[in-house]
Write a protein that binds this ligand. Structure first.
Ligand code: KIV
Length: 282
C-alpha cells in the first residue's frame, strides 16, 4: 500500500485526473481505519456535535471539543490529509480570533488544513487565514452552522438566482486561494456547473456524482448514527445492529457463566496454590 502522505497539492492535482474521497473521523480508532483504507482526506467535522456528543446543533461545539477530537484523529493518521472543521464560535462569532483559532488546529491538533462554512464575512476571514499560510477548504450550499438563515436543512441553489449566488461564492473562494470546496445539498446540475467552472476540486455531499470527490459523515455511512439519516447517505454497513447484538450476547454469556472461558483466564501453578493453602494466613 502507498504510504505517501497526501498533500494539499495532491488534492488540487487530482482535479480531472481521479475522484477524491473524504470521510469524517473524530477519534483514533476510526481515523486509523479510514486512513488504512486509503481515503484521501479525513475531516474532523463539527458533525461530532450530532453523531458523537448527542447535541442538536453543530453550533454547540467549540474550540475545546474540536481540538480534543482533532488531536485524537490526527494521532492515528499516516497518509490522509487531515482537515480540522472550524466551529461556529471560532470564526463566525469571533472573526477577529479566526486566524489564531485556525492556527491552533495546525499547531496543537497537527491538522494539515482547516474548513470553514460560508457566512456573511466568509471572504474576509478566509483571506486572513490563507494570508497566515494555512490551507483552507471552503463549504457552500447547505451550511449547517447557519441553517436557520437558509430556511432550515434544505437543498440550496434551487432557483436561478440562488444558484447564481452559489456560483459566485465558489468563484470568490477559489480566487482567494481555497484548495478545495465542499458542496452540500445542491442540485446535481448546479454542482456540475460549479465543478466545471472551478480549477479546484469540489467535494460533494448530497450534490450528485458530477463533483470531483465525495464526502460522507462516517457514522452515517457505517450505520452508527440512528437519530436520522439524510437522503443522500448510503449505509455501507449497519454497525448499530452489529454492536447491539454483540453487547446482548456478552450480557447473556456473563449471566450464564459462558464468559470468561479458560482462554480468557490467568492461572497459578498448583504447587503455589498448595503452598498458599498450607500457610496459616487464611
Ligand atoms: O461536519 C461535517 O461532518 C461536515 C461534512 C458534512 C462536510 O462539514
Amino acid at each position: 500500500m502507498d504510504t505517501q502522505k497526501v498533500t494539499v497539492s495532491d488534492i488540487r492535482n487530482a482535479k480531472n485526473n481521479r475522484k477524491l474521497t473524504m470521510l469524517t473521523a473524530y477519534d483514533y480508532p476510526l481515523a486509523s481505519l479510514i486512513d488504512r483504507a486509503g481515503i484521501d482526506m479525513i475531516l474532523v467535522g463539527d458533525s461530532v456535535a450530532n453523531v458523537v456528543l448527542g447535541l442538536e446543533s453543530t453550533t454547540q461545539v467549540g474550540m475545546h471539543e474540536m481540538l480534543h477530537h482533532a488531536k485524537a484523529a490526527s494521532r492515528a493518521v499516516k497518509n490522509a490529509l487531515v482537515i480540522g472543521d472550524m466551529p461556529y464560535e471560532s470564526y463566525q462569532v469571533n472573526p477577529h480570533e479566526s486566524v489564531k483559532n485556525a492556527q491552533r488546529f495546525i499547531d496543537e491538533a497537527k491538522c494539515d488544513a482547516v474548513k470553514l462554512e460560508w457566512f456573511d464575512q466568509c471572504l474576509e476571514v478566509t483571506k486572513e487565514i490563507i494570508k497566515a499560510g494555512i490551507s483552507v477548504m471552503g463549504h457552500i450550499g447547505l451550511t449547517p452552522q447557519t441553517a436557520d438563515k437558509l430556511g432550515g436543512f434544505k437543498v440550496q441553489g434551487k432557483d436561478a438566482e440562488a444558484a447564481q449566488r452559489l456560483i459566485k461564492q465558489a468563484l470568490d473562494l477559489e480566487k482567494l486561494g481555497c484548495f478545495s470546496l465542499v458542496l452540500e445539498c445542491v442540485p446535481d446540475k448546479i454542482a456540475e456547473i460549479i465543478t466545471k467552472k472551478l480549477k479546484i476540486p469540489t467535494i460533494g455531499i448530497g450534490a450528485g456524482a458530477g463533483c470531483d470527490g465525495q464526502v460522507l459523515v462516517s457514522y452515517d455511512m457505517l450505520g452508527l448514527f440512528e437519530r436520522f439519516t439524510p437522503r443522500f447517505v448510503k449505509k455501507y454497513v449497519n454497525l448499530s445492529e452489529q454492536i447491539l447484538n454483540a453487547v446482548k450476547t456478552y450480557k447473556q454469556e456473563v449471566v450464564s457463566g459462558a464468559f470468561p472461558a479458560k482462554e480468557h483466564t490467568f492461572s497459578i501453578k498448583e504447587e503455589e496454590l498448595e503452598k498458599l493453602k498450607g500457610e496459616k494466613n487464611g
